[in-house]
Design a binder for this molecule. Structure first.
Ligand SMILES: NC(=O)c1ccc[n+]([C@@H]2O[C@H](COP(=O)([O-])OP(=O)(O)OC[C@H]3O[C@@H](n4cnc5c(N)ncnc54)[C@H](OP(=O)(O)O)[C@@H]3O)[C@@H](O)[C@H]2O)c1
Length: 248
């Protein structure tokens, strides 16, 4: 198991699903985790669970698409805990429909949360990490950002955008000891993917070489490795964690 002792980690979208699993995994590895989403009550449930298992966590409710809120979060974190070592830009939404029916608002909202939200996080944290000469930034993309998907032009564009954002940032700040990487999950069982009938589930599983739908813990394990000291020579990369569904 990789260790994150004495590290301070900010995980967005930590109120449920993949973000919750990453927050719990980081805390088990010894990090103090700041759990972030818009819903303070849900975040408190996650943080209380972490603390009752002997971990360390706090919560901050922000909308990631608001730069000022993100900057205040990072300032409060450095004032209170002395550093921000790990940032996971995981908060994400879908507004699926075919492009002929997609409203400008469907487009703007998804780009604002999924892509601008990650820009805001990186912008807010970069100076602190540069001064520390250490940082781990992990952006949660999607296989859809690599392949495209009908009915998701906004989501696919935001997730492909994250891969470009990751590469460009990795080139800019690598010399300061900061790594920037992406994880592209495949189909993971969370609220976002919802309930599927057995027929649709069987069809999906038949397209996954490892023969099962992923769990949030599958993503958290990769996120733990990328946050660890052992991953210090990896930057600008996208790791597909999808049971082999997409092989490029
Ligand atoms: N599940 C999958 O199959 C899958 C596949 C590929 C990629 N992903 C990506 O993985 C990430 C997590 O997905 P998930 O399946 O765990 O989704 P989820 O269960 O729907 O959770 C989404 C999280 O994002 C937070 N969030 C949404 N909008 C926000 C905003 N404006 N500001 C702050 N927080 C916000 C939500 O918290 P609140 O509602 O409490 O604010 C929640 O914690 C997303 O980026 C998603 O695109 C998921």
């Amino acid at each position: 198991m990789f260790k994150l002792s004495k590290k301070v980690a900010v995980v967005t979208g930590a109120s449920r699903g993949i973000g919750r699993s990453m927050a719990e995994t980081y805390a088990r590895a010894g990090a103090h985790v700041i759990c972030v989403s818009r819903n303070e009550d849900a975040l408190n449930v996650v943080a209380d669970g972490i603390k009752s298992n002997g971990g360390s966590a706090s919560v901050t409710a922000i909308n990631v698409s608001n730069l000022e809120e993100f900057q205040n979060l990072i300032k409060d974190t450095t004032d209170t805990y002395g550093s921000v070592d790990i940032l996971v830009n995981n908060a994400g939404i879908t507004r699926d429909t075919l492009i002929v029916r997609m409203s400008e608002e469907d487009w703007d909202t998804v780009i604002d949360v999924n892509l601008k939200g990650a820009f805001n996080g990186i912008k807010a944290v970069t100076r602190t990490m540069m001064k520390q000469r250490f940082g781990r930034i992990i952006n949660i993309s999607s296989v859809v950002g690599l392949t495209g998907n009908a009915g998701q032009v906004n989501y696919a564009a935001s997730k492909a955008g994250l891969i470009g954002l990751t590469k460009a940032t990795a080139k800019e700040i690598g010399s300061r000891g900061i790594t920037v990487n992406c994880i592209a999950p495949g189909y993971i069982a969370t609220d976002m993917t919802g309930q599927m009938d057995d027929k649709a589930k069987d069809l999906l599983i038949s397209q996954i070489p490892l023969g099962r739908i992923g769990s949030p813990d599958d993503i958290a394990a990769t996120a733990l490795f990328l946050a660890s000291d052992e991953a210090g020579y990896i930057t600008g990369q996208t790791f597909t964690v999808d049971g082999g569904m997409v092989m490029i």
